[in-house]
Design a protein around this ligand. Structure first.
Ligand SMILES: [Zn+2]
Length: 278
């Protein structure tokens, strides 16, 4: 497929766009069926007076890798320079990350090359953070493209998450926070961690009770071993199962709010959590 809608979708999201020449036909091959967006930094030092130092190399490619090297380059001022509507050589192989499967990353993802130096200190190179304008434009553009692709914010990844060759880009960015910002831009609730401490259950068909005893109708059932978030524990009815007896109950917030006897939770009989307030 070609993402010939890219420039229009970005403009509709309020992103400044420069269409770079023959971007609609510029291509690095035919296999392109994107299911996500991949974030990069170029490792070039940008500035107000030289906002897009890596633009030409992203268009033309390098001696060892033919262009285009991304779908858009994001300059120092947050302007999106749209380079290709087709397959681009930006991702290499994908190791698989979040909902993005392992495979040919250039088939699977749309790529933004955000033009800043990142952390080049390991190679004695420059060090530069992403500008606020680049961050904000990248979030807005990613939200718009994922909406168009019918994907949620989890389908935005950083190259360092999908790389099989130790890529570090994009430097200085909390990728979970950036995804949360994309989710907000898409009108979705950001992914949140439930309150409490995560523990695992190990048994099947564990009932979650409204009170720390077996008298109440279960508010839910944990069909198979899962992660529960324990807020506190409290003494209650003694329960025996699988050769253990325990009278402590964990008050959990997720996946269902209620009480689970500690006998069904991995760990010591008394979990390292606080006692529930009476
Ligand atoms: Zn990269």
């Amino acid at each position: 497929m070609a993402i010939s809608w890219l420039a229009d979708v970005l403009r509709s999201a309020g992103v400044q766009v420069v269409e770079e020449g023959a971007w609609l036909s510029r291509s690095a091959g035919s296999s392109f069926a994107p299911v996500g967006v991949l974030w990069h930094h170029t490792a070039a030092q940008s500035s107000a007076s030289r906002p897009a130092p890596a633009l030409q190399i992203c268009i033309d490619g390098r001696s060892d890798l033919s262009g285009p090297l991304c779908h858009a380059l994001v300059d120092y001022n947050g302007v999106f320079h749209v380079i290709s509507a087709n397959r681009a050589n930006h991702a290499g192989r994908s190791a698989g990350s979040g909902p993005i499967p392992a495979g040919d990353g250039n088939t699977l993802m749309v790529g933004w090359e955000i033009d800043y130096a990142g952390d080049g200190s390991g190679q004695g190179g420059p060090v530069q953070q992403m500008t606020a304008a680049q961050y904000d434009a990248s979030v807005a553009a990613t939200a718009a493209v994922l909406t168009r692709l019918g994907r949620d914010a989890s389908s935005a990844r950083g190259h360092r998450e999908t790389s099989t060759t130790g890529k570090i880009d994009p430097s200085f960015i909390d990728l979970d926070q950036m995804r949360a910002d994309v989710a907000v831009a898409m009108g979705q609730a950001p992914p949140t961690t439930p309150p409490g401490t995560p523990f695992r259950t190990y048994a099947s068909n564990v009932n979650v009770r409204p009170t720390p005893d077996t008298s109440g109708t279960p508010v839910g059932t944990l069909a198979s071993p899962t992660t529960v978030y324990v807020q506190c524990q409290t003494p209650g009815q003694s329960v025996t199962a699988n050769g253990y007896t325990n009278d402590l109950w964990a008050k959990i917030s997720s996946p269902v709010a209620g009480y689970v006897n500690n006998v069904f939770i991995e760990g010591p009989a008394s979990l390292p959590v606080e006692a529930c307030a009476i």
